[in-house]
Design a protein around this ligand. Structure first.
Ligand code: AMP
Length: 296
């Protein structure tokens, strides 16, 4: 089957109904476009595990605050199409905002406290927008598996909770963060960075990877691990948060890391808001975050 580009929900439903009735397992990768190797890695996981992969490209207006970068968010639909085609995507869903949000739209998915932590402190309403659009897309696509990147860890935790709480019939797979050669986590927003700020941006991953390395060498004191990361974060213009949290509740960890924790950072470099995280897992056998989110 060659790749189909679909812009309306009825067309998407008709196409996927036919595939599902033929017994196909459907994988789904929701994105905001300007696709890069991080997205490609999710697509590869989906095509490896599913008969057909649906990718959505939709810059969701309801997850941007009025002061944020909705209008400037980078877009390159031609390149996105080429990347999807190259990676064996069956359906590329690219709806207009009016298709997704009909006049009078007023129903939302509210993720509660999880949505107010970490990034939620700086982006009020953001995770309500994310939880709502992902639920809507799940209802449109009805995938068997949906693939998300660990880079947006809070998003994966919230989506997994929504799936559980609302009994959505989909399994969530979380895939590792893909990084540039110097460690910077790939992000569509990296396109905003000037060459000078691009060089400074690497301090986020340097800090996290330094803490991860100390953890591997046996350091378990939370304050010490945070201090090791913080030493590298002097290059940023604004450090929004650096926290060591539980990977399911997102609550701040106690004095000593005794179970899998995530060290999460958000910072502004130039005008660009960047996030990153690493997992610190005491028991190497449970290193795969995927294992406790997936419900196969
Ligand atoms: P976005 O287009 O930024 O909304 O991202 C779409 C999906 O790709 C989300 O599940 C992200 O977590 C994932 N993603 C973005 N950047 C990366 C990365 N560097 N590595 C792995 N997954 C990523």
């Amino acid at each position: 089957m060659s790749m189909r580009i679909v812009r309306t929900i009825p067309e998407l439903r008709a196409l996927l109904k036919a595939l599902r009735e033929g017994g196909s397992r459907i994988g789904f990768v929701p994105t905001m476009g300007y696709l890069h190797e991080g997205h490609a890695a999710l697509i590869r996981q989906s095509t490896a595990r599913c008969d057909h992969t649906v990718v959505s490209v939709f810059v969701n207006p309801t997850q941007f605050a009025p002061s944020e970068d909705l209008a400037q968010y980078p877009r390159d639909l031609e390149r996105d199409q080429a990347l999807c085609l190259k990676h064996g995507v069956s359906v590329l869903f690219m709806p207009e905002a009016a298709e997704v949000y009909p006049t009078g739209f007023c129903s939302v998915v509210e993720p509660g406290e999880l949505g107010n932590m970490l990034c939620g402190q700086f982006r009020p309403g953001h995770f309500r927008g994310v939880a709502t659009i992902v639920t809507k897309l799940f209802n449109m696509v009805q995938p068997d598996l949906a693939f998300f990147g660990q880079k947006d860890l809070q998003q994966t935790v919230i989506i997994s909770r929504v799936v559980r709480d609302l009994n959505l019939p989909v399994d969530i797979v979380v895939a590792p963060t893909i990084r540039e050669a110097d460690g910077l986590a790939l992000s569509s927003r990296n396109a905003y960075l000037s060459p000078e700020n691009r060089l400074r941006a690497v301090c986020l991953s340097r800090g996290l990877l330094a803490a991860e390395s100390a953890f591997r060498d046996g350091e378990r004191r939370s304050e010490r691990l945070l201090a090791i990361a913080r030493e590298h974060l002097t290059e940023v213009d604004e450090l929004q948060y650096l926290e060591l949290v539980d990977t399911q509740s997102l609550e701040t960890l106690g004095a000593v890391v005794t179970r899998t924790a995530a060290m999460c950072v958000a910072a502004i470099v130039g005008q660009t808001r960047l996030i990153d995280n690493v997992l610190l897992t005491p028991d190497p056998d449970s290193a795969h975050f995927i294992s406790h989110l997936e419900m196969d």
